[in-house]
Design a protein around this ligand. Structure first.
Ligand SMILES: Nc1ncnc2c1ncn2[C@@H]1O[C@H](COP(=O)(O)OP(=O)(O)OP(=O)(O)O)[C@@H](O)[C@H]1O
Ligand SMILES: [Mg+2]
Length: 246
């Protein structure tokens, strides 16, 4: 199975609160149909989630003096709004899919639901969200990818985002890493995100990627703003960064 993350930085305008990139998502949905086997799809939150989680400090547990109950409600609602928009584009492209939210707690039940959907021959779509497991927290789409890779039969992982791959020096496209091992990734200087990201942007992604490669998956990071790159990555030709086992 291939797990694909549609990053919030590509499916939304990350700098503009709650702006969905309909046309880009529509094209990516069509490219996803190139997969010739089962898929699991994760999407990020982008500007539907990160700004709200930041405003209410939901990534920091209970914080006194903030109406975090309102924050949980608002953040979960905007993430669900984004998910419905993504689902609409996936279904319009002909992908038979159903949503599997991680809310309210990440437990075996969540993994069971993912497996049930896959067993029916449907594509599960899950997404970064707020959790309320005793205290508020945020689960990133990157972490969900890591969880899927460790608990489901995932052989390949594709992260679709708004840069060409992982740069050895943050924000310097001339230092794009074509292929590397997780150990070599340690040496790359990784920044967070240019936009608000409560889950550490590229640094959080790199942490999850290292775990995934160690658990046996082959990982690609590609630019979803460049038409055709997702389609060719699904067919085995990666233009971007490949992280492989030594
Ligand atoms: N070393 C690096 N190489 C590439 N990008 C980097 C690096 N360091 C920081 N970045 C930033 O990380 C961003 C991508 O991470 P980000 O978490 O914002 O994307 P995403 O996963 O698509 O979004 P979301 O978390 O909403 O799903 C890029 O836009 C880039 O500015
Ligand atoms: Mg991120």
């Amino acid at each position: 199975m291939i797990a694909v993350k549609l990053g919030g930085a590509v499916i939304t305008h990350k700098e503009h609160e709650r702006q969905f990139r309909t046309r880009v998502t529509r094209r990516l949905a069509r490219e996803l149909t190139a997969a010739d086997g089962p898929l699991a799809i994760v999407h990020g939150a982008g500007s539907f989630g990160h700004p709200q989680a930041m405003q209410y400090q939901l990534h920091r547990g209970w914080v006194p003096g903030i109406d975090q109950r309102e924050g949980i409600a608002v953040t979960h609602a905007v993430v669900r709004d984004l998910n419905l928009r993504v689902m609409r584009e996936l279904r319009a492209a002909g992908i038979a899919c159903t949503a599997v939210p991680p809310f309210p707690v990440l437990n075996e039940g969540y993994l069971h639901h993912l497996r049930e959907v896959l067993d029916l021959g449907l594509t599960p779509v899950t997404f970064g969200d707020v959790l309320i497991d005793g205290q508020p927290s945020i689960v990133s789409g990157d972490y969900l990818m890591q969880l899927l890779a460790s608990r489901l039969p995932v052989q390949r992982v594709i992260f679709v985002t708004n840069v060409d791959g992982i740069y050895a020096r943050p924000y310097d496209p001339a230092t794009l890493i074509g292929e590397c091992t997780p150990a070599e990734l340690e040496r790359a200087l990784v920044g967070d995100s240019t936009a608000s990201d409560v889950t550490a942007g590229m640094a959080g992604k790199v942490k999850s990627i290292k775990e995934m490669v160690y658990s046996g998956a082959e990982v690609a990071v590609i630019n979803g703003n460049k038409p055709g790159r997702l389609r060719s990555a699904l067919c085995g030709t990666v233009t971007g960064t490949r992280v492989v086992q030594p």
